[in-house]
Ligand binder design. Structure first.
Ligand code: KE4
Length: 428
């Protein structure tokens, strides 16, 4: 029974475009009414009709410790006694900056902003200002937020709604965005050779989550690193999703490849609106007021958000066993899903790394946007709703990654895998 969600969705559409404040939440790709969530705790979401779901989105990544973790909750309630927002520097901003620099291997200086989109927009402007070049290379299927430069062959909600090249992006902006095939270093080299001395940056998700989960093939990240070093191009790892999730130091630590700039979001705010960009000192010192590249924000470094983010990052820093737990959970779910596929004689593809996973409804090996798009999205929609009926809440799009939290215990994994097998059997 989802009456209250249906009533709220009807009303929401009178006042909010599509009834939601971020498109992928609208369930358009999977059908049905989006659930209006009332509360959350640990691995559970509770909707307005009182239904409980084991959830595998975790607010699209931030809630890596599960919902309402006592460490983060205490930090926020402690911070409230000092009021909400000053628009002036605070001690906590210095503390979180120092902590991030100690955790993310390539980051020597960091600037806090309010979202992943702000972080990537700022990082690209900085790369262009630092190099004096205009063009950038992104990858088909990667999503870096909704900044104009990035809404070209974009993944996530953009591809979900068939607008990977959104209207409203001026041709001049689009002309400076070159797109390459993910995992195809040869294609990147062709683009660089065709635009000599004009490419400021290459930006990518070091593990893609926004075309569904797609891993870098051996040598791909290192190949980009070597190409960027040779050509004076800045390598930007968009770790908004992978940062603090794939390891304490993100994908760059896990794969041992160092970018020039890193963008961060999601986990960094502990569930509050926070993004950040950082990197080598001589590049970051180009950012105003230290340097000429302008970027600003009323609520950047908001004290409540900093308290939440600091508490989460400090917990992750002090509890490295978190990453073993996340690895074990991911391995258990991936192997469980694969064994159900084998048992049912289904040859769908599971891509997984650490606590990120996508079940693609295609028999193809999914290694880029083109192969991801061979997935049967209608079948995914049926699977999504079958899982919802079994009390398991997935990302409502084939082109998203699932995110696991440390709040999932063995009993939850059993329930998820049982729901998965029943759902696959139901729709196959
Ligand atoms: P935000 O502006 O949504 O905080 O971050 C944009 C962004 C940047 N880079 C990467 C790699 C991202 O995954 C994102 C945002 N991720 C999506 C989920 N695929 C956010 C969910 C949504 O758009 O509603």
């Amino acid at each position: 029974m989802r009456d209250k969600s249906q009533q709220l969705f009807q009303k929401a559409q009178q006042f909010i475009p599509g009834g939601v404040n971020s498109p992928v939440r609208a369930f358009k790709a999977v059908g049905g009414t989006p659930l209006f969530i009332r509360s959350a705790k640990g691995p559970y979401l509770f909707d307005e009709d009182g239904n409980r779901y084991i959830e595998l989105i975790n607010s699209w990544g931030p809630m890596v410790l599960g919902h309402a973790h006592e460490v983060v909750e205490k930090a926020v309630s402690d911070a409230l006694q000092y009021s909400f927002s000053f628009g002036a520097p605070t001690k906590k901003e210095v503390a979180i900056a120092e902590l991030i620099v100690s955790m993310v291997p390539s980051v020597e200086k960091i600037r806090m902003v309010n979202s992943g989109t702000e972080a990537t927009m700022s990082a690209i402007r900085l790369a262009r200002g630092f190099t004096g070049r205009d063009k950038m290379i992104k990858f088909e299927g990667c999503y870096h937020g909704h900044g104009d430069s990035f809404l070209i062959a974009a993944g996530s909600g953009a591809v979900t709604f068939g607008t990977p090249d959104s209207p409203g992006v001026p041709k001049g902006v689009a002309n400076d965005t070159l797109t390459a095939r993910y995992n195809d270093i040869g294609h990147v080299k062709q683009l660089v050779e065709a635009n000599p001395g004009q490419v400021a940056a290459i930006i990518l998700e070091p593990v893609a989550g926004n075309m569904g989960c797609v891993l870098p093939e051996p040598g791909f990240l290192q190949g980009l690193r070597e190409l960027c070093t040779k050509e004076g191009i800045l390598l930007i790892f968009d770790e908004v999703m992978t940062g603090f999730r794939l390891s304490r130091g993100g994908a760059q630590e896990r794969f041992g490849v160092m970018p020039d700039l890193t963008t961060l979001g999601k986990i960094i705010g502990g569930g509050m609106p926070v993004g950040a960009y950082g990197g080598r000192r001589e590049i970051m010192d180009f950012v105003s007021p230290a340097g000429p590249v302008y970027q600003a924000g009323t609520l950047s470094g908001n004290p409540i958000a900093m308290a939440a983010g600091y508490a989460m990052l400090e917990y992750l820093d002090y509890h490295p066993e978190t990453y073993r737990i996340l690895e074990n959970t991911g391995d258990r779910l991936a192997s469980g899903i694969k064994s159900s596929l084998a048992k049912l004689g289904l040859n769908y593809t599971v891509n997984h790394i650490g606590s990120m996973l996508t079940l693609f409804f295609t028999g193809e090996k999914v290694h880029n946007f083109e192969t991801a798009k061979t997935s049967d999205t209608a079948l995914f929609g049926k699977y999504f709703n079958a899982m919802l009926d079994e009390g398991v809440y997935l990302a409502p799009s084939q082109y998203e990654a699932l995110f696991f939290s440390t709040a999932l215990e063995e009993s939850h994994l059993d329930q998820i895998l049982e729901a998965n097998e029943k759902s696959l059997a139901k729709i196959a």
